[in-house]
Design a protein around this ligand. Sequence first.
Ligand code: DUC
Ligand code: ZN
Length: 455
Amino acid sequence: MQLNLVIKNGTIVTAENVYQADIGIRGEKIVAIADNLSGEREIDATGKLVTPGAIDVHVHHQMPLPSGVISADDFFTGTRAAAYGGTTTIIDFVAAEPEESLLDALAARQAEAKDRVVIDYGLHMTITPTDIAKLDQLPAVVEAGCPTFKLYMAYGFRLKDGELLQALDAVKQVNGLPIVHAENWDVICLMIAQNLAVGRTEPRWHPRSRPAVMEGEAVGRVIDMAALVGTPVYIFHVSCDDAVERIAAARRQGLRVFGETCPQYLLLTDAAYEEPGLAGTLPVCAPPLRSLTDQARLWTALGRNELQVVSTDHCPFSSADKALGLDDFSRIPGGVPSIESRFALMYTYGVLANCFSLKRWVRMCCTAPARLFGLTHKGVIAIGYDADLVVFDPNKQTILSTDLLHENVDWTPYTGFEVTGWPAVTISRGEVIVEDGTFYGTAGRGKFVERQLSM
Ligand code: DUC
Ligand code: ZN
């Protein structure tokens, strides 16, 4: 069989197995897994791990906030950084204007991404309060390849409980997956106002205005509503023990409840908000960073499969934008970067720290996101799947810094973090797009993936 590309002598890591074999690629697909393959081009992966391309189901590129500030990575810079870090598919978001149809909004967002994306991408459809009148459009959105629906319980465009129930029911009717930002917005608003009223304006009041117990309450509330309606539900950016406990309890009852956490909650704590001046504003995100105890619980939850996915919620804002909230923590644009470092951070601080196995690393960063989010040809190393692969050098030592990373932002919360293991080669649909630190991809080569759920 004529092979265009062969990855030779590597250790293949999948969610189920770790084994030695060569991988043969023809065109965009994996067509052979065997010993002693040869092809037009061969990459020697001796001493390296070969994994599926990582999948990041939670990213915000060029996302405008109501304040007018826009997240700093666009679809080119963000997906190029993702490729450097071994991520070959992302799922971003689309939100319709009040007068806009959901399909028009989808087309507009695809137009923003089209000429810029370096890797394949999908989009989650957001359901805001003004979209409750458009729920009859959901079948068309699913038909267009977007079967996952973002529901906010926080921010100005949150859904109130009645709207949330309506949205969950509508998503269930189309066999979609609701994905939820779960926090208690009324409590947060009150606590922010109370703190600001007495001059508590510094970033340290950000986590104190968004208590973990109320994240747990919101997670429990939406799980109960999803159970009432009979739909599965996926909880975004779980940050604390209270939220994990609700998810774990629901799963023990046999409910189809899933959750993710992100590197910031696994590796940073709320002590970061105690830093004076600008430094304390930078890691502001929502939910906020939590305590060391919460952090430890998240690692345990990943090891026990109480949480299934590690995504990033990559949403960088420049330090100049963060400084807009220097005198008022509630004005700090929320979000942190990690689209490039997630896969390696999870290897170093997860696998090498014995929190979970190699197989589970691949499961939570590649295979589970593909399965849960309907990326039917991705996240797995098997014949017929897309040749999205990473040749991962498990010995490469790196100290993270903004100079090393390619995210379009002038800071990273991971400055000084020591990482062992980094992608040496990233392959997207059979094309080498990063090799030994050089980028070979092109803007616009990524394709929109029409996703189909199989839950
Ligand atoms: N939280 C953040 O911190 N940023 C982006 C959106 C979100 O929910
Ligand atoms: Zn987000």
